[in-house]
Design a binder for this molecule. Structure first.
Ligand code: MN
Length: 734
């Protein structure tokens, strides 16, 4: 392809001049000179390089600089940085070169921009880590983030020339990170454009469908807006207002959201546009003037009281100010009307950049942006914060809407909606959060988990004895509270574990066991823990005491049988537990290949009796427990703790009895209970330990605990009872 070099040079110069013209600030000649130097430098650095579209690369930095100057309203330093933003990354020039030529400030910003470029080429956790870096640089100089947003905006505008899979990827991350960020910074115009372009490349059909439909209905919409505004305009004029009226369609992205959220079709969405009335007003009259306009409009159209938003008395955290109302327009359609001054409109469009311009000197009073940045810095400086957690926490804040609540003294605090009283406590101070016991909301006592509403006045009650708890994480939603609670829980656990480690080392030394990795690993396994930290923690809180440590020690030295023999021989049975009699006769169990006689207990869960197929299980605290092989717990025990399973065998010894229970069901008749008990005790001479019979609607249901010699003895009894008139079933229940 033949490139007309001369024509291209001209085009570049035209673009450069347009950039200078578009600056909102009037530039001094020194500033213009600096911009020219940056332009020449970038031209040289990117010479012979072309974008995917085939255009000279320099078009891109010039376009980014233009967005920075015109759409965000930043000054000459930012324009210089925007022109240079890709130099270090894409050419042989280094950061030192930039610093030598343009000074330290510019070099710092370029460094930030270089660090955060290419952020999303890696795997997930790296993305999060890089996002964190991105915000770190933000806390150095917010211009880094603004220029990055301009860079992304231009890349989205020129996404057409990228291959399709890249389009999707870039568009998704734009929706994921950049548009919420633009929103948070109050850059509405850019946020809206990023969302629309994001939709265009992630859901192309949906996007073009809405665009098409908006076009088809444009005329109709225009007429409606005329119809709506004509009478209002007349009165505004006669009242002496200088104003503009805009009837703007809502963004494609927000229409898409409505379609999904309300589950309606395009035709069923009435508020596809908002009417904006922008007035000239002196700073001191702004509020009164806006309310006057409100009053004029509501003289004509009935307002919906639920939809009044006064962002003038209470601006949003990102600086947005405006008065919103929704009124019933001609034809019975709700119409949103936004009333604001020129100053407010500019802030709404370009966010904080405009704020700086209008900022009056208020010494000692931090701007809201700085407040936000300092919140983020606090999070970033927390060394324990996991990068992936962090991105989730941040996203939470970026997407949530806000509520406004008051301290007892009437100070206003902004929180995301659904924030709890505990979030509020952490918002006041992390110490107040950590010591929070409860709260009084509008004078009424509420729990920590209480969800706050806009307008609530909140007083936090604290106690020096209070400590953050695990379950607190379930009812906080602010990033600040979450990370404070998490790190305090972690700190606490760490502290206890390191104490526990010392204690354990001492104790092992005392019983002459070496404190080695092998010992630690053995103990972790023996006590069914996950990590050595868990082991130290258990020792630290005292749940792993001398007894249990000795249990481990004797297993280590004398083998597992000797341990259980020593430890449990004289153990008496726990009350209520089914247990063999102690008279030395009857059928008893022996264990292992050596058929050792060991003390044991029959487990409650399956209640084995002699003759049942059983095995022994070595428990940590209660010696050997005997389960039936078909016990519901057997599979779990055998698969998880195969090394603690003991073979068990019944051996004969006369006179030992076992308690077991049987369930008897049948059709009730008079004398039935009598017949059954007579068979058990009189005829078979079996003791009844407990009996419980229910009879309702002629159904007999009895549960009887009997004492039998063994399985055969029990089976014999069951057969006898089955023959009783009316009995339909007899079953052993354990
Ligand atoms: Mn770039």
């Amino acid at each position: 392809m033949q490139i007309d070099q001369e024509k291209e040079k001209k085009e570049i110069l035209n673009k450069y001049r347009a950039l200078l013209r578009s600056s909102k600030e009037s530039l001094s000649s020194a500033e213009k000179k600096e911009i020219r130097r940056a332009f020449n430098f970038a031209m040289d650095a990117h010479k012979d390089v072309r974008r995917k579209s085939g255009e000279p690369y320099i078009y891109h930095p010039i376009a980014v600089a233009q967005i920075v100057a015109k759409e965000i309203g930043l000054g000459s330093t930012s324009i210089v940085c925007a022109l240079l933003h890709d130099v270090v990354e894409d050419s042989d020039y280094t950061l030192e070169d930039i610093e030598r030529m343009f000074g330290e400030k510019v070099a710092l910003i370029i460094d930030g921009l270089t660090k955060i470029s290419g952020v999303f080429d890696q795997n997930v956790s790296l993305q999060a880590e890089n996002f964190r870096k991105m915000l770190l640089t933000l806390s150095d100089d917010v211009r880094v983030i603004l220029i990055k947003l301009a860079d992304r905006t231009h890349n989205m505008r020129t996404l057409e020339s990228m291959p399709e899979h890249k389009q999707r990827k870039i568009a998704s991350e734009t929706l994921y990170i950049y548009s919420p960020l633009a929103h948070r910074l109050g850059l509405y115009a850019i946020k809206t454009e990023l969302e629309d372009l994001g939709l265009k490349y992630t859901e192309p059909e949906v996007y073009s469908d809405i665009v098409q439909k908006l076009k088809e209905t444009e005329n109709e919409r225009y007429k409606y807006i005329q119809h709506f505004t004509t009478p209002v305009k007349k009165v505004l004029k006669s009242e002496g207002f200088n104003f503009t009226v805009k009837g703007r369609p809502k963004s494609i992205y927000s229409i898409r959201k409505k379609l999904i959220r309300q589950g309606v079709s395009f035709d069923e969405i009435y508020d596809k546009f908002a009417i904006r009335i922008i007035i000239d007003s002196k700073t001191e009259n702004e509020k009164a003037d806006c309310w006057k306009v409100y009053s004029i409009i509501t003289d004509y159209y009935r307002p919906n009281p639920d939809r009044l938003r006064d962002w003038i008395s209470t601006p949003r955290a990102n600086g947005y100010e405006s008065l919103h109302t929704t009124v019933m327009g001609p034809g019975g359609h709700w119409v949103e009307v936004q009333i604001r001054t020129n100053r407010m409109d500019e802030i709404a469009e370009v966010g904080y950049a405009a704020h700086w311009k209008y900022k009056t000197e208020e010494p000692g009073k931090e701007s809201r942006l700085e407040e936000w940045i300092s919140q983020i810095r606090e999070l970033l400086e927390n060394p324990d914060a996991n990068a992936v957690d962090f991105i989730d926490d941040i996203k939470l804040n970026l997407f949530s809407d806000e509520i406004f609540v008051f301290t007892p003294k009437g100070d206003l605090k902004t929180l995301p909606s659904n924030a709890s009283a505990l979030d509020f406590a952490f918002e006041i101070h992390s110490e107040v959060g950590a010591r929070c016991l409860g709260a009084k909301v509008n004078g009424r006592l509420v729990p920590l988990s209480y969800i706050l509403n806009s307008g609530d006045q909140v007083e936090i009650l604290t106690s020096q004895k209070q400590r953050p708890k695990e379950d607190w994480l379930n009812f906080v939603i602010t990033a600040k509270a979450r990370s404070k609670i998490k790190s305090s829980l972690k700190d606490e656990r760490k502290k206890i574990a390191s104490e526990g480690k010392e204690i354990l080392e001492r104790k092992l030394k005392h019983i002459k066991i070496p404190f080695t990795d092998k010992t630690i690993n053995e103990m972790v396994r023996f006590f069914e823990l996950k990590t050595s930290q868990d082991l130290f923690y258990e020792v630290g809180v005292g749940s792993l005491d001398n007894k249990r440590i000795k249990a481990y020690a004797s297993e280590r030295s004398g083998g597992i049988y000797s341990y259980f023999r020593n430890r449990f021989n004289r153990r008496t049975s726990v009350k209520g537990e089914v247990s063999p009699t102690k008279d030395g006769s009857g059928r008893i169990l022996v264990f292992g290949d050596g058929e050792e006689k060991l003390d044991y207990k029959l487990s409650k869960c399956c209640g084995p009796i002699p003759g049942d197929n059983v095995f022994g299980f070595l428990t940590i605290n209660e010696g050997i427990k005997v389960h039936k092989v078909d016990c519901p717990n057997a599979i779990r025990l055998q698969s998880n703790y195969a090394y603690r399973i003991l073979k068990a065998k019944w051996v004969t010894a006369e006179g030992r009895d076992f308690a077991t229970s049987i369930r008897i069901e049948g059709i009730d008749r008079s004398g039935m209970a009598n017949d059954i008990t007579r068979i058990i005790s009189a005829s078979m001479k079996i003791n009844i330990k407990a009996i419980n019979i229910n009879s309702s609607d002629d159904i007999f249901d009895g549960l009887i605990v009997v004492v039998v010699r063994d399985k055969n003895h029990l089976q014999h009894l069951i057969e006898r009872i089955k023959k009783v008139e009316g009995v339909k079933g007899v079953k052993r229940t354990n």
